[in-house]
Write a protein that binds this ligand. Structure first.
Ligand code: FES
Length: 116
C-alpha cells in the first residue's frame, strides 16, 4: 500500500508554478528528486545539511505551521543561503505531514552551494 500523498506547489522566482505531489513523511528534497522537478542545483548535498541549495522561502503562516523547528545546523547552513528571509527553511528539513496538504513554497532566484 502506498503512502498518502499531499499536493505541493513550488513557485519559482519568475512566477512559474510547479504543482506536484509528495508522500507523507518525505522531505521537500525527496519531492523534488522523486518528481524530477527542474530546479537547477537544488539539493546538491542530498540532504546532509552541507550545501544550502535546498533553500526555500515560506509564507509566515506556513513557516509557523511546520511541525519541526529549524535545528542549529539548519540555521547555520541557512546563513550561507542567498536572499535569506525570516521565513526561510531548508527543503531537505521540511517533512510532509497531512496538515501540510496544499503547501506552497517559494524557490529563491539564486541558489548558493555553500560547499563551493
Ligand atoms: Fe543540502 Fe538541504 S540538500 S542542505
Amino acid at each position: 500500500l502506498s503512502k498518502k500523498e499531499v499536493q505541493v506547489t513550488f513557485i519559482k522566482a519568475n512566477g512559474e508554478k510547479i504543482q506536484t505531489k509528495g508522500k507523507i513523511g518525505d522531505s521537500l528534497l525527496d519531492v523534488v528528486v522523486n518528481n524530477n522537478i527542474d530546479l537547477d542545483g537544488f539539493g546538491a548535498c542530498e540532504g546532509t545539511l552541507t550545501c544550502s541549495t535546498c533553500h526555500l522561502i515560506l509564507s509566515k503562516s506556513t513557516y509557523d505551521s511546520l511541525p519541526n523547528k529549524p535545528s542549529d545546523e539548519e540555521l547555520d547552513m541557512l546563513d550561507l543561503a542567498y536572499d535569506l528571509c525570516d521565513t526561510s527553511r531548508l527543503g531537505c528539513q521540511i517533512v510532509l505531514t497531512e496538515e501540510l496538504a496544499g503547501l506552497e513554497v517559494n524557490v529563491p532566484a539564486t541558489i548558493n552551494d555553500a560547499r563551493s
